[in-house]
Design a protein around this ligand. Structure first.
Ligand SMILES: Cc1cc2nc3c(=O)[nH]c(=O)nc-3n(C[C@H](O)[C@H](O)[C@H](O)COP(=O)(O)O)c2cc1C
Length: 358
């Protein structure tokens, strides 16, 4: 087993104490520990919704939420990157994020084939389009020095996950990021991750210099997957990834998305996320849980804390709106800032005294 400094609880104190010139080590009263994972507070952002934490274009900040202009990302407990693969992947969309204004109409048209609003939520099938781990570590990660970062990793074999973990180990000193998150639960890359999950855990977890989070799918046997994760030495769980879903044009039967199936996110899946978190606790899972699924308000967060979550994560709510709705980004950003304040003030002991799993 690896014994990296960041995974030794004693060294977490060192991480919290260390200040130096690097804001990644910033310690504050709001800092929370989920096992060996140190977050700045209990409100993080879910994988992909804030891209890589920075954009390459000032004109069309593709991959970045409009609210990121108005909410300092360093304020979040952590920002989880888009899922990164060993090689760059076009997926069902594009790896480019340097669009200029005249390309906007074409971009929006393609966008409509990978992301649509539906039934109180959003259906997406980006298919892991991303610049690849090397480009991320070289060109994006260094520009997010003020943020607490969770790096999301995705692959189709245990060997790919091992390579990804090795690349992060080589580029990022232990303690500099909050964790790596293994995405072995995505429905729009058309792959049955249950066939590789155990191998991925066996290969990737012990070699990571950073705490490891496993992201669970509500469509898999998540109680079993959580037990596998605990046995492999995973530090925390993220619950839930999007729910596999489909919409068709009622007149023609044509699927809305180019990939036919997509992942459902947003308000529509909050009850499912709550069910999963609650069932994990009821089944005796004691790993810290970062809950994501339809969270927008402090009441949503409270529900998830009651259900058994240790931290909460904003996904669709940080970003997705109808295009006219984007004009309201400053207002939405204000709500997010208020939510951040409320989560910081939230007293988790209130949960601990009543919750049966603690
Ligand atoms: C447009 C979009 C892209 C996403 N991409 C990823 C991804 O690359 N990796 C991942 O683990 N989850 C991804 N997700 C899932 C989110 O991280 C989150 O788990 C899910 O959306 C549930 O939270 P929400 O209902 O608050 O959006 C994506 C979600 C959306 C809406």
């Amino acid at each position: 087993m690896a014994g990296p400094a960041a995974r030794d609880p004693r060294s977490i104190d060192a991480v919290l104490r260390h200040r130096g010139g690097n804001d990644r080590f910033r310690s504050s009263d709001d800092s929370v520990r989920l096992g060996d994972i140190v977050l700045r507070n209990r409100l993080v952002t879910s994988s992909s919704l804030l891209g890589y934490g920075v954009s390459n274009s000032a004109v069309v900040p593709y991959g970045m939420s409009p609210i990121s202009t108005f909410v300092p990302l360093a304020e979040f407990g952590a920002v989880t990157t888009r899922t990164l693969t060993v090689e760059p992947r076009e997926g069902h969309f594009t790896t480019r994020d340097d669009y200029v204004l005249r390309e906007l109409p074409g971009l929006l048209k393609r966008y409509g084939t990978v992301l649509r609003g539906t039934d109180g939520g959003w259906l997406n099938a980006f298919g892991w389009c991303n610049v690849g781990i090397d480009a991320y570590l070289r060109h994006y990660y260094p520009r997010t020095r003020d943020q607490r970062v969770i790096i999301s990793l995705g692959g189709f074999s245990a060997a790919e996950f091992a390579t990804l973990v090795d690349r992060v180990n080589a580029a990022v000193p232990a303690g500099e990021i909050a964790a790596v998150e293994l995405n072995v639960s995505c429905h729009n890359v058309n792959f049955d991750f249950t066939t590789i999950l155990q191998d991925v855990l066996d290969e990737a977890v012990h070699r990571s210099n950073h705490p490891v989070i496993l992201k669970l799918s509500p469509d898999y046997d998540y109680l079993h997957n959580a037990r596998q994760a605990a046995a492999a030495g995973v530090s925390a769980l993220t619950a839930i990834n999007t729910v596999k879903a489909l919409r068709l044009d009622p007149r023609t039967g044509t699927p809305w998305l180019a990939n036919r199936y997509g992942g459902l996110s947003g308000r529509a899946i909050k009850p499912i996320g709550l069910r999963v978190v609650s069932e994990l606790r009821e089944s005796g899972v004691t790993l810290p849980i970062i809950a994501t699924g339809g969270i927008r308000t402090m009441d949503d967060c409270r529900e998830y804390f009651w259900a058994g979550a240790d931290a909460v994560s904003l996904g669709s709510a940080t970003w997705l709106a109808s295009y006219p709705g984007y004009a309201l980004a400053p207002l939405r950003a204000l709500q997010v800032r208020r939510l951040l304040k409320a989560v910081r003030r939230y007293e988790p002991l209130q949960v601990g005294t009543a919750a049966p799993w603690r």
